[in-house]
Design a protein around this ligand. Structure first.
Ligand SMILES: Cc1cc2nc3c(=O)[nH]c(=O)nc-3n(C[C@H](O)[C@H](O)[C@H](O)COP(=O)(O)O)c2cc1C
Length: 344
């Protein structure tokens, strides 16, 4: 069993080894224009956001990471305690391993999240090749409020043991969207999304999309470093940053709810993501890093403090509600403007 666990442990280890506080998520290419007067007092700011039918008290959440081994059970336990204390929604890592192996230790590494946080918003997570039956099992395992279906082709192709056939994924997702009792969130894993992908997802009825852009955790790098021969380092810059992905999403903002994730490091990134039309913001690597290096109490203190920072930044930008952030005046760098121009 330990060889099955080891991939899950290696992902956490390598994500943390490669953690960079200042990677390029594209948000440095977005500047919010400072206004010297505001009509909004900090006390009047409302941080609520709505994604699909979910009312989120806090506009950021813990995105999919882990589970599947004794070590990652402890991490999931810590993350779920943080989620509960800070009123954050939380996704677990792919539960495929628990569907494949009838093993109570593996199952517990995921179900601990529901046990710790019985009333929290919890999202389950599987790959796009899974059957409807597996998708239902993934939801049941956690009594999940939604199912995240991840798109991770770059990761699979770099992984020696990864999948090699992807052409059935779109049709498969359509089946899940049509027949599952909970909402489906389709997400990338840090390579961002394009207009073309978003259009394909809308065409099959997906209404919640997490663009999960480049600029934070890099699964080409993680899988490359797990290989005996590191052949894929030339691909480390593959994909759209989170800011570029949100630009790609612009034509579709009224047709789906977009989640921004990938490289989110601080409250300003969160505000910028909302200013570009996101309806929720997810963090993985940053919260993992805080949790592993500072422990639960310090992470909880930081994330509660971030909520106060968000209120201050919203007062600064003259926005009472998260939804109004799209009206914030922005200036793009030449590089981002160039992306926008060429991709319009
Ligand atoms: C250790 C680790 C494991 C992950 N495992 C999964 C997974 O099983 N399923 C998934 O959809 N995303 C997974 N992700 C990807 C994240 O959900 C997210 O899309 C990506 O890390 C980019 O966000 P970040 O830069 O904030 O980390 C994982 C991320 C980390 C750090």
């Amino acid at each position: 069993m330990s060889s099955i666990w080891s991939r899950k442990d290696a992902h956490v280890h390598l994500a943390e080894m490669n953690y960079q506080a200042h990677a390029n998520n594209g948000f440095d290419d977005v500047r919010l224009v400072h206004q010297s007067l505001t009509t909004v007092d900090i006390a009047d700011v409302n941080l609520n956001t709505k994604i699909g039918t979910f009312d989120l008290e806090v506009p950021f959440f813990i995105n999919a990471m882990t589970g599947g081994s004794p070590k990652t059970k402890i991490i999931n336990q810590n993350l779920s305690r943080i989620a509960k204390e800070c009123h954050l929604a939380m996704a677990v890592g792919s539960v495929s391993i628990a569907l494949k192996h009838d093993d109570s230790e593996i199952r517990d590494s995921f179900t601990i999240v529901r046990k710790e946080n019985p009333d929290g918003f919890i999202f389950s997570n599987i790959g796009a090749h899974h059957s409807l039956e597996n998708a239902k099992r993934a939801v049941d395992l956690l009594q999940a409020d939604a199912l995240q279906v991840h798109l991770n082709i770059p990761q699979e192709i770099v992984m020696p043991e990864g999948d090699r056939a992807f052409s059935s994924w779109l049709h498969n997702i359509e089946t899940l969207v049509q027949h599952l009792d909970v909402p489906v969130i389709v997400k990338e894993v840090g390579f961002g999304m394009s207009q073309e992908t978003i259009q394909q997802l809308l065409d099959i009825g997906v209404t919640m999309i997490d663009v999960a852009g480049r600029g934070g955790t890099n699964f080409i790098q993680i899988e490359n470093e797990r290989r005996e021969q590191e052949e894929f380092s030339y691909l480390y810059d593959w994909g759209q940053t989170t800011a570029e992905s949100l630009l790609e999403a612009q034509p579709f903002l009224s047709q789906a709810d977009f989640i921004a994730s990938g490289g989110i490091r601080n409250p300003l990134d969160i505000i910028k993501a909302y200013s570009l039309g996101a309806k929720a913001v997810g963090l993985s690597g940053e919260i993992l890093h805080q949790c592993l290096t500072q422990g639960n109490d310090a992470t909880i203190a930081t994330l509660l403090n971030w909520q106060e920072h968000l209120k201050k930044l919203m007062s600064l930008t003259g926005t009472k509600t998260i939804q109004e952030l799209t009206k914030t005046k922005k200036v793009f760098s030449l590089e981002l403007e160039n992306w926008k121009k060429q991709r319009n």
